[in-house]
Design a protein around this ligand. Structure first.
Ligand SMILES: Cc1cc2nc3c(=O)[nH]c(=O)nc-3n(C[C@H](O)[C@H](O)[C@H](O)COP(=O)(O)OP(=O)(O)OC[C@H]3O[C@@H](n4cnc5c(N)ncnc54)[C@H](O)[C@@H]3O)c2cc1C
Length: 388
């Protein structure tokens, strides 16, 4: 019997791989193993519409239940992969069974990086899954509560924006000199700080947590390195995401920052592919593997890996991109701004409508668009061509 294709992880990448396989005419078995008990759903609304109460839980699923039956895609939900025996082409599962495969996609995504100081308290949470979002939605329903966000990444900033709209008091604590400092640098990081401050958020950058005040299993206040005390009813930790690949220990795959793969999603093990936040894709321009953390890359890589599994020509990869929604603004980003030497602003940096172009050696390598969605195709073209 044909063991077919096994997809471990039923998020965006897993779903896209299954869809692409069927669309391209693959008619062998496709099985998706996912530790979450829900059929594949979309995560971006978790920090936006779902948290704000605009989206219902049911609207997040990628496909209706009958899509899986009609397309002969078998979902094994609420079961985790616990190991990979690549020489035998088998994935071990948490229920004690194992699944044989002809080809395997690793699509187990990411998990929030833990912050040991804040682990084990009832009023401290993270946001990665729908269940996490439902917990947080309850908290955000309590108008006037004091919310402390530790970490000013995109998800943390979106939670801040939603929480302010719902009338909570919000404080952001960030160790770097400004929000998003590592991704966008100081100038645009400061723009994000101002955006949030103008909306009534207290942004405390360049500070770390020195100690906690806690009682009855809950955090009451964060004491910061500069002496600041942040009183809180609830704390959300958003200090980054790590590839969820611990289950691959001992499999022969190196997983320090995700499964290293080539541009077509091939890992170093035969018949084993990876895509999405669990993968670290080789970037020829930077000459290293970069871990994933964005929607568009996860969708594209999974479709490309599926085509490679079927021996089809790869579709050319567009420039990487992502978006975030904060205070009603659509903010989009194309390219990669690491190691840039100049930024050109079209518009006013003091406003909420501008485009920032990052260059390296006079070559445009990234564009940030604030409330200019119509400029996205031109920005994409600019980055793909590289010339101003
Ligand atoms: C709150 C939030 C908001 C976001 N907003 C944006 C945005 O605005 N723009 C943007 O570009 N990106 C955004 N992202 C990022 C985007 O959603 C991710 O990049 C994308 O979901 C990655 O897809 P994935 O399939 O690789 O991983 P995931 O969607 O995380 O799916 C992985 C699945 O694998 C399961 N799994 C893990 N381990 C195992 C195991 N051992 N066995 C079986 N199953 C396992 C997980 O439970 C999960 O269901 C956001 C992410 C979050 C959490």
């Amino acid at each position: 019997m044909d063991d077919g294709i096994v997809i471990v992880g039923g998020g965006l990448a897993g779903q896209r791989c299954a869809e692409t396989l069927r669309r391209e005419g693959y008619d062998g078995p496709v099985r998706v193993v996912c530790s979450e008990p829900r059929r594949p759903y979309d995560r971006p609304p978790l920090s936006k519409g779902l948290l704000a109460g605009r989206h219902e839980v049911g609207s997040l699923a990628f496909r209706a239940p009958d899509w899986y039956a009609r397309n002969s895609v078998e979902l094994l939900l609420g079961v985790a992969a616990t190991g990979l025996r690549a020489a035998e082409r088998k994935v071990e599962l948490s229920d004690g069974s194992s699944l044989a495969y002809e080809q395997l996609l690793i699509a187990t995504g990411g998990r929030p990086r833990p912050l040991p100081t804040l682990t084990g308290y009832d009023n401290v949470s993270v946001l990665r899954t729908l269940d996490d979002a439902l917990v947080l939605r309850d908290v955000l329903g309590r108008r006037g509560e004091r919310l402390a966000l530790v970490g000013a990444g995109f998800v943390g900033l979106e939670i801040a924006s939603t929480a302010r709209a719902l009338g909570l008091e919000v404080t952001i604590v960030e160790a770097a000199p400004s929000p998003l400092h590592g991704v966008l640098g100081p100038i645009l990081g400061s723009w994000f700080a101002r955006l949030h401050e103008d909306e009534g958020v207290t942004v405390l950058s360049g500070r770390t947590i020195e100690r906690l005040e806690a009682g009855r299993g809950a955090v009451r206040a964060l004491h910061l390195s500069d002496g600041h005390v942040v009183a809180a009813d609830h704390v959300v930790v958003g200090v980054g995401t790590d590839a969820d690949v611990g289950w691959l220990a001992g499999s022969g795959i190196e997983t320090t920052a995700g499964v290293p793969v080539d541009a077509d999603g091939r890992s170093r093990l035969p018949r084993v592919f990876a895509a999405g936040d669990a993968a670290a894709t080789f970037d020829p321009s930077l000459r290293r593997h970069l871990p994933g953390s964005h929607w568009e890359a996860a969708a594209r890589q999974a479709a490309r890996a599926a085509r490679t599994m079927l021996g089809l020509e790869p579709v050319p990869a567009p420039a990487p991109s992502f978006w975030t929604d904060q205070y009603g603004l659509r903010i989009q980003y194309v390219g990669r701004s690491s190691a840039t030497d100049s930024i050109a602003i079209d518009g006013e940096l003091g406003s909420r409508n501008f485009a920032a172009t990052f260059s390296r050696a006079e070559r445009a390598v990234a564009v940030l668009l604030v409330d200019r969605p119509r400029n996205l195709p031109a920005a994409r073209q600019l980055i793909e061509r590289g010339t101003p």
